[in-house]
Design a protein around this ligand. Structure first.
Ligand code: SAH
Length: 298
């Protein structure tokens, strides 16, 4: 799949109400083949060789209130990890104490490239045509998976990228549990190991309850299956069967599904082995694909 413009990971539902109105326009622009309207936060522009972050040109258009709200949402005044978490709590995205605690404990600045606006509520390029998801997306997925990330449980993070969410999972399941990150770009795995080593999750990496591995995540990671929680950080054209197979009865899989139009699906495995699937929200993620396709730009 060719991604022609922004490559991001964010959700639509969590934006303030007036933001929702831009979605049909986004779709219309897509159909007309024009550049889509930008996301409410920073827009990632893809150049032929790499992705880079530029200020959203629409900051300087539109009405004054919109601009002020947009700046507020972009989190320019939020320059500390705790402030970022409080911001997400105020918007109702973080609802539980546990998720707030873990996101406060894992400093996001250790996981974004140097010089990035670490606490801005925006996805950011991390190289290799990948991004670290926006904080509100990480928070949403942690909330959805919280009950399946109790101490001692097993969690799989497919497309672990920077390792941020795997580190959060590891702190939630603790030393008696397992948090496995699977990522298919070896350089990103090496970087994620360095990131985690600087973070509060470092002891868990050392004792082996947290592992970051190079593999094709579409196959899951059978060694530590079945999993109570599986998260996929990239959009799949359809839900990969091995991931459903590796889910424990009572377990939950959270996965973005789709190509240009994507939905975050919540897949619950029932005790009899059947699955229930529901849609949580509209999202935009990089594709879950082969390494070759990703490196040539999809
Ligand atoms: N959740 C991570 C990264 C999100 S970007 C974070 O927030 O830091 C999606 C990631 O999925 C990228 O790092 C990309 O390299 C990875 N990915 C895409 N297809 C994959 C596959 N088939 N197997 C493993 N990882 C994959």
């Amino acid at each position: 799949m060719k991604m022609s413009s922004s490559v991001v990971a964010y959700s639509v539902r969590n934006f303030p109400p007036f933001m929702h109105r831009s979605l049909p326009l986004f779709c219309l622009h897509r159909r007309l083949g024009r550049r889509p309207l930008p996301s409410p936060c920073t827009v990632l522009f893809k150049t032929s060789s790499s992705s880079c972050t530029l200020p959203n040109p629409f900051y300087f258009t539109g009405n004054f209130l919109f601009r002020r709200m947009e700046r507020f949402w972009a989190g320019r005044s939020v320059n500390k990890n705790k402030g970022m978490v409080e911001h997400l709590q105020r918007y109702g995205i973080i609802q539980s104490k546990k998720v707030a605690e873990v996101m406060e404990t894992v400093d996001r600045a250790l996981f974004v490239p140097d010089g990035s606006q670490a606490y801005e509520d925006s996805p950011m390029p991390i190289g290799f045509n990948a991004t670290i998801s926006a904080p509100h997306m990480h928070a949403t997925c942690l909330q959805l998976l919280e009950k399946n990330l109790q101490p001692g449980m097993h969690a799989l993070d497919v497309g672990s990228g920077t390792g941020y969410l795997t580190a959060c999972f590891a702190l939630m399941v603790g030393p008696q549990g397992r948090a496995i990150g699977v990522e298919h770009i070896p350089e990103l795995v090496a970087m994620s190991v360095k990131n985690v080593e600087k973070s509060a999750a470092a002891p868990l990496l050392k004792d082996g309850s947290l592992a970051l591995l190079v593999a094709d995540g579409r196959e899951g990671w059978p060694e530590f299956a079945p999993y109570d929680a599986i998260h996929v950080g990239a959009a799949a054209p359809e839900i990969p069967k091995p991931l459903i197979e590796q889910l424990k009865p009572g377990g939950r899989l959270v996965i973005p599904v789709g190509n240009i139009f994507q939905e975050l699906k919540v897949v619950d495995k029932n005790e009899d082995g059947s699955v229930t699937v529901r849609t949580e929200t509209s999202v935009r993620y990089v594709p879950l694909t082969s390494r070759e396709a990703q490196l040539r730009g999809y």
